[in-house]
Ligand binder design. Structure first.
Ligand code: BES
Ligand code: MN
Ligand code: MN
Length: 462
């Protein structure tokens, strides 16, 4: 029997080739036109699970996109790891900003990825990272070194708020029973600085509508006399932050947990070069809540951002019009102990109050999710720490991530299991943006690290 390192060396090219194939499937969950491709992707994941020896593989229909499940039970005495990930991807738009088509993966070298990176939608978020788990499992199976029971639950609706996964978990509690949930859908600090994600922000996503006159009007005939909903919406949005860039929604900060000075000091010791950060993004200055550093602003502080705003004439040339309505999508990132349901109500009330008599407003909630903090003194954290230390040669730093994975808090509540957030992407991998990519270094490092997690977790659980 070959040892795992030899098996890895002999098969790594095939691992990559297989990933490139599934990156060609445009599994965009947000757009109903791609529903067939999302279903095809679910089947491809199921097929890969079967091929590497996962038992009881099933593709479960939901009201939305399917959930792929499979398991390998080696012993009732062994600890059980539930691997969660998502096979759906964000829409690739704007297409014209991609240097190569989003679903035709190519490998190119970049400054941060001198060994090459795979450019394709979903390469990092999250197909590439899910695939690391399937290949790590294959390696353990083929080298007779799987020390834990494994359950895979790979969903197709993460990017649209995991609408049907909560119900699935509640209805399948027994089947999904596990000791820990293992997730690779986050970032490390850089390829020389491994980190484990110890916090995710929650989310509260709203859509607002500002309605003015009962039809579009001539902006010369009526402009200046009738409130313009776009002007009004801009005023309202501008007032959502004060001059210290604090969110003005009444009660917004009420439940925000205070982070100790010690923890703040620690998080600011992580490597971070502000000049480089600004240069990479092409901005001359950073902007955010006064009194907090960039790391704090994205890690431990709640925020409010407009994600999209529209209304009126946006076609070629100029059309003089006073539009009858204006719209915006507004998201708030939340931190412990903010409650998305409560924030939703506070925002709605605040926004309705902001509106002048001249317009009507309608506020609707899209989706939300609770924030997460991961303790660093648990067996599962220690096992993931040791696994990363083994393969990176350096102990990973605990780091709070700015993004959200809304379903993670639910794992805690419904499955009574803690999650390990051991992602291998970089924040600069352009997930959700044009030219998303995933480093070959990162892909392979993940495949090598995961078996160590199983090994140390099984040992420490004894
Ligand atoms: N994988 C990301 C979340 C993430 C990325 C966490 C990087 C930490 C670092 C996930 O797929 C995602 O994009 N989540 C969405 C939320 C969802 C409801 C659309 C997000 O954070 O915007
Ligand atoms: Mn993701
Ligand atoms: Mn995502």
């Amino acid at each position: 029997m070959t040892d795992i390192n030899t098996y890895f060396k002999n098969n790594k090219q095939r691992f990559l080739d297989e990933l490139l194939e599934i990156l060609k499937i445009p599994s965009v969950s947000a757009d109903p036109n791609y529903a067939g491709d999302v279903a095809k992707m679910a089947e491809a994941v199921a097929q890969h699970l079967k091929t590497v020896g996962v038992d009881k593989v099933e593709v479960s229909k939901t009201a939305g996109h399917p959930i792929v499940y499979g398991e390998k039970i080696i012993s009732p005495k062994a600890p059980t790891v539930l691997v969660y990930g998502h096979y759906d991807v964000q829409p690739p738009d704007p297409l014209e900003l991609w240097e190569s088509p989003p679903f035709e993966p190519v490998i190119k070298k970049t400054k941060l990825h001198p060994d090459g990176a795979i450019f394709a939608r979903g390469s990092c978020d999250d197909k590439g990272q899910v695939f690391m788990h399937i290949k790590a499992f294959e390696m353990m199976m083929q080298t007779n070194s799987l020390p834990c029971n494994v359950k895979f639950m790979i969903e197709g609706e993460e990017e649209v708020g995991s609408k049907n996964l909560e119900r699935y978990c509640k209805e399948n509690k027994k089947k999904l029973a596990c000791d820990v949930v293992l997730i690779s859908d986050t970032s490390i600090i850089d390829n020389k600085t491994p980190s484990l994600t110890v916090g995710l922000r929650g989310l509260c996503y709203m859509e607002v509508e500002v309605i003015g006159p009962n039809k579009d009007l001539h902006s010369g005939v009526y402009g200046g006399a009738v409130a313009n909903p776009i002007n009004v919406l801009c005023d309202m949005i501008a007032s959502l932050h004060d001059d210290k860039k604090k969110v003005t929604v009444k009660g917004f900060y009420d439940d925000v947990q205070k982070v100790s000075n010690k923890e703040r000091k620690m998080m600011n010791e992580a490597p971070y070069n502000e000049k480089q950060y600004m240069k990479d993004l092409g901005v001359a200055e950073l902007m955010g809540e006064k009194g907090y550093t960039t790391i704090e602003r994205t890690g431990i502080r709640p925020t409010l951002d407009v994600n999209g705003i529209w209304g009126g004439y946006i076609g070629e040339g100029a059309k003089t019009v006073l539009p009858s309505a204006a719209y915006a999508k507004i998201s708030m990132r939340l931190v412990p102990d903010q409650d998305p349901a409560k924030i939703e109500k506070l925002f709605q009330k605040h926004f309705e109050k902001l509106a002048p008599e001249s317009v009507k407003v309608k506020v609707t909630a899209q989706h939300g999710g609770y924030p997460v903090v991961v303790p660093t003194d648990s067996v599962e954290y220690k096992a993931s720490e040791k696994a990363m230390e083994q393969t990176f040669g350096k102990k990973p730093l605990p780091q709070r991530g700015g993004g959200s994975i809304p379903i993670v808090a639910m794992f805690d509540q419904v499955l009574k299991a803690k999650s390990v957030l051991m992602g291998f992407g970089l924040d600069s991998d352009d997930i959700h943006s044009p030219n998303e990519h995933y480093g070959l270094f990162n892909f392979y490092k993940g495949i090598e690290t995961i078996p160590y997690f199983y090994k140390y977790y099984a040992e420490m659980k004894k």
